[in-house]
Write a protein that binds this ligand. Structure first.
Ligand SMILES: *[C@@H]1O[C@H](CO)[C@@H](O)[C@H](O)[C@H]1NC(C)=O
Ligand SMILES: *[C@@H]1O[C@H](CO)[C@@H](O)[C@H](O)[C@H]1NC(C)=O
Ligand SMILES: *[C@@H]1O[C@H](CO)[C@@H](O)[C@H](O)[C@H]1NC(C)=O
Length: 206
């Protein structure tokens, strides 16, 4: 007769312990995502500003934030710390911008394994005149995408129009970036903030 209540108390306690551990010690990061982050780090010529990217707790790494219930990486903020957060501000005078520039031949495709990203900021870095990868459309949860002043070139991929949760899109200050058709912007029905200063729109239609 006593077994059932005992079992219930045991199960409730177990559930409580499991749920509680989420709030306090965050879930260790997802191993697949940790490996993806390490490959992204490896694509940078000089990743010394990412010196905290060591060990197993990738959710504690600089610029990385995880959802504390699922452990998935939801935010990757690699913005140059000297690059102003808002376009209304000036470059910080005493900050050594060029010491913090992350340089890579292109955006490493492992970034697309961070499937739960809702926030991605690569501004103030140098992607060597590569194009914005069309694959970016696989990051279906993206709400904020900042690619300002990062030496991107070529046509803005129409595929950005598939990122329907986007609230913020900043492609500004990539002078070699161009658009010849802006229809895709009309698909971004949640968009609240669009910044394309110094992007070449000479040939843009629609
Ligand atoms: C995650 O943790 C932060 C900081 O401890 C807290 O403010 C936030 O509410 C938590 N989110 C969830 C979904 O538990
Ligand atoms: C990118 O293009 C500009 C202008 O054509 C050129 O000056 C610069 O050297 C290029 N950068 C790289 C890394 O190829
Ligand atoms: C993404 O966008 C492109 C260009 O607008 C479109 O051709 C393609 O079908 C879209 N893909 C998905 C999965 O929606």
């Amino acid at each position: 007769m006593l077994r059932l209540p005992f079992a219930i108390v045991f199960l409730l306690t177990a559930a409580f312990v499991v749920l509680c551990s989420c709030g306090h010690a965050p879930l260790g990061c997802n191993e697949e995502e940790r490996q993806a982050l390490l490959r992204i780090e490896g694509s940078f010529k000089d990743p010394s500003s990412l010196s905290s990217w060591k060990g197993t707790s990738c959710c504690q790494w600089k610029g990385v934030s995880c959802n504390n219930l699922t452990g998935h990486v939801v935010k990757l903020d690699l913005r140059n710390p000297c690059y102003p957060v808002s376009h209304e501000e000036n470059l910080q005078p005493n900050c050594k911008f060029y010491d913090y520039v992350l340089e890579a031949q292109h955006v490493h495709p492992s970034i697309f394994q961070l499937k739960y990203l809702s926030y991605l900021d690569l501004s103030g870095n140098n992607f060597h005149n590569s194009s914005i990868p069309a694959f970016i459309q696989t990051l279906q949860h993206l709400q904020a995408l900042y690619l300002s002043d990062s030496h991107f070139s070529g046509r803005i991929p129409f595929n950005l129009g598939n990122l329907t949760k986007l609230l913020v899109l900043d492609l500004s200050f990539n002078a070699l970036l161009y658009a010849d058709d802006l229809y895709w912007i009309s698909q971004l029905s949640s968009l609240q903030y669009l910044y394309m200063s110094d992007v070449n729109l000479d040939k843009a239609q629609n």
